[in-house]
Write a protein of this length. Structure first.
Length: 274
């Protein structure tokens, strides 16, 4: 993953599975309904249901065979489904005749969110290999959703909320409120992936917690995540100067990049810039 100017770069009718696209179909209707419920309201998993955002449109990422689409169509006035696989995109409308479903055969990483002209939410079972770029696109979009309910790899979801920070966790925490939803074990998918999944609920902030310039320092600090931070920043100032700055803002000289939260990085950035 690379950060610059606040951006992250991580990098037949019954259609079969395309392993190259990381396709695993969730088959448990109760879980699908729970994901759709979380997309439709914020009353569970720590969110308040008092906002009344009134989003009537759901953008679904990677609808595949339409199992989640079915649940979403019962809860939203319109579903816009963005599907990369041309075969799946062509077959999906046939499963929901007469429904207010718009299917777009597009790459979600190139989708223009501003084409949605009203409040909306996002839901989807996200391919593991493009989880970070998708989250980046959502949180950096000029016209962001009211919330995004994403089924992702459980380990990634846990890392995002963990107090031991990573580049991804700092980026997400800077731009969204985060809650974890239900865990979905690998046996609930066809074919089963190698790991379990978990729902993550993101509510984009009106503005980031810290400015983009702070992420220039974060990027430098994470060039060698396991090393002491003072060593990673040695190109900026002398060890004596860095030791003094660390002491002034309450950081141990033995601290490592993952030990710092957003406000710690902001203090460090301001001190280094003074």
């Amino acid at each position: 993953m690379v950060v610059g100017r606040g951006r992250l770069t991580f990098g037949t009718n019954m259609v079969g599975t395309n392993k190259n696209l990381g396709q695993h179909w969730l088959k448990n209707r109760a879980i699908l309904d729970e994901i759709a419920d979380l997309a439709a309201e914020e009353s569970a998993y720590g969110f308040s249901d008092s906002r009344g955002d009134g989003a009537k449109v759901c953008l679904e990422i990677g609808p595949g065979l339409g199992t989640l689409t079915s649940s979403l169509l019962r809860r939203f006035e319109k579903v816009i489904a963005v599907e990369y696989d041309e075969r799946l995109a062509g077959n999906l409308p046939k499963s929901f005749p007469g429904k207010n479903l718009e299917v777009l055969n597009q790459d979600i990483l190139k989708f223009d969110f501003s084409t949605i002209k009203e409040k909306y939410v996002i839901a989807g079972n996200i391919p593991y290999y493009i989880t970070s770029p998708i989250i980046e696109r959502i949180l950096l979009a000029e016209w962001r959703p009211e919330r995004a309910v994403l089924l992702i790899q459980k380990e990634v979801a846990e890392r995002i909320v963990d107090k031991k920070e990573t580049m991804l966790s700092l980026f997400v925490k800077n731009r969204a409120e985060i809650n974890l939803g239900p865990v979905v074990v690998k046996g609930e998918f066809t074919p089963p992936p190698k790991v379990d999944s978990q729902v993550i609920i993101l509510r984009p902030r009106e503005k980031p917690e810290v400015g983009d310039d702070v992420f220039g320092i974060i990027k430098m600090g994470f060039l060698a995540p396991r090393k002491k931070l003072i060593h990673n920043l040695s190109g900026l100032k002398s060890k004596e100067e860095l030791t003094k700055i660390f002491s002034e803002i309450g950081l141990s000289i033995d601290v490592r990049p993952g030990d710092l939260g957003l406000r710690d990085w902001e203090k460090l950035y301001l001190s280094l810039s003074a």
